[in-house]
Write a protein that binds this ligand. Structure first.
Ligand code: M6R
Length: 363
């Protein structure tokens, strides 16, 4: 039931504060992540992990890319991420001590399931499924599983499933990190506990984002830019926009601009930049000035730390300050709303976009 909402997608976007609370419920205690929530023998498995291989499709893959940044930075072990349709068909090499993680909302995505079955022929430490559907094929065929507890997701464009996956991936990062000397687990847990409230604050930007969406209605293309952990957030924002508004959107790590995509920038190419305060902010700001110098219009999502010259070529949405590590979770939300409102203005079928199925159970 959509309740007061016009579409399931909007309802699911708005459920995210509660979803984040649900994900954390029973998984943390006194500043500590509980390991047994991954499975009764999870601790023994985690003790052996020296590397991580993540496999997923679509939005779930984008969550996996965020996790790679987190795991390599906070745990300090190698983390590889690959789309399942590639992984399953190529000869892969398993490093000793690698934990294999599948990420999936449905747990029934054919490519992800086949990748898991292929991987089982190799010497992985264990197979962990991070999934939103208990009893799904992926969960049944994995050694360890943790549910994302997002509740049923009806809209084809994944929203709350993505944020819930990110929260679980952060829990995973913390349980692995404590084996590699990660300090300040209680601080990270406290930051996780702040997320639902921050998400509520970000949702109050709704009408500003709705207004911003008007600029996209007559556009055929859009560029999304981010750096570091925010790069996969930009990719996910572009995926949302193309799925439901049918606008061709592409994301680039902002540092790649000058290696090609800058040639595309003109007044018909809106550039969405996602710029929370982090160590790359200054570099990103320089990239954004390059865009403006070429006549591109900038749509910027940033916090109070961003320093950009005001101008007619800039639309700015200011988010609350958020802990740097958690920024990918918070900054995904305004991009979901942007895609949603562009699609509504264009009059597309938001919940059931053309040519797409909610669960891709065939190859
Ligand atoms: O159920 P899964 O998470 O395995 O699905 C993977 C993709 O098919 C899915 O994320 C797809 O990309 C969504 N439509 C994105 O919004």
């Amino acid at each position: 039931d959509k309740g007061e909402y016009r579409h399931y997608m909007l309802k699911e976007i708005y459920e995210q504060p509660q979803v984040i609370r649900n994900v954390l419920e029973g998984r943390i205690h006194h500043g500590h992540v509980l390991e047994q929530v991954f499975g009764s023998d999870a601790s023994a498995v985690f003790d052996q992990v020296k590397a991580v291989q993540i496999v997923a499709c679509g939005t779930s893959y984008n969550a996996g890319v965020v996790a790679r940044y987190w795991i390599e930075k906070l745990v300090g072990i190698p983390c590889m991420v690959e789309v399942a349709s590639e992984f399953r068909y190529r000869k892969t090499v398993c490093m000793p001590g690698t934990l294999f993680i599948t990420l999936s909302q449905s747990g029934e995505t054919a490519d992800t399931l086949s990748a898991l079955r292929e991987a089982k022929e190799q010497d992985y430490v264990a197979f962990l499924s991070i999934c939103n559907v208990a009893g799904s094929s992926l969960v049944r065929e994995s050694d360890l599983a943790i549910m994302t507890n997002a509740g049923p997701e009806i809209g084809v464009a994944s929203t709350k499933a993505f944020t819930s996956q990110l929260v679980v991936l952060m829990l995973t990062t913390l349980v692995l990190g404590r084996r590699y000397g990660l300090e300040g687990e209680a601080d990270f847990v406290a930051q996780l506990e702040q997320l639902a409230g921050l998400t509520e604050q970000v949702l109050t930007l709704d009408s500003q984002i709705q207004k911003m969406a008007e600029h996209f209605v007559d556009k055929h293309h859009a560029l999304f830019l981010g750096r570091g952990t925010i790069y996969p957030v930009a990719v996910e924002g572009a995926l949302k926009l193309k799925e439901i508004s049918y606008i061709h959107a592409e994301a680039y790590p902002a540092g790649e601009l000058k290696h090609g995509p800058l040639a595309l920038v003109d007044e018909d190419m809106p550039v969405v930049a996602v710029a929370p305060n982090n160590s790359l902010l200054e570099k990103l700001q320089a990239n954004l000035e390059e865009v403006r110098a070429r006549g591109g219009k900038l749509f910027l999502f940033a916090d109070s730390k961003a320093q950009v010259k005001p101008g007619d070529d800039l639309e700015l949405i200011t988010l609350p300050d958020v802990p740097t590590v958690m920024a990918p979770i918070i900054y995904s939300i305004p991009l979901q709303l942007l895609a949603y409102y562009v699609a509504v203005l264009k009059g597309t079928d938001v919940d059931q976009p053309r040519n797409l199925a909610k669960s891709v159970t065939v190859e």
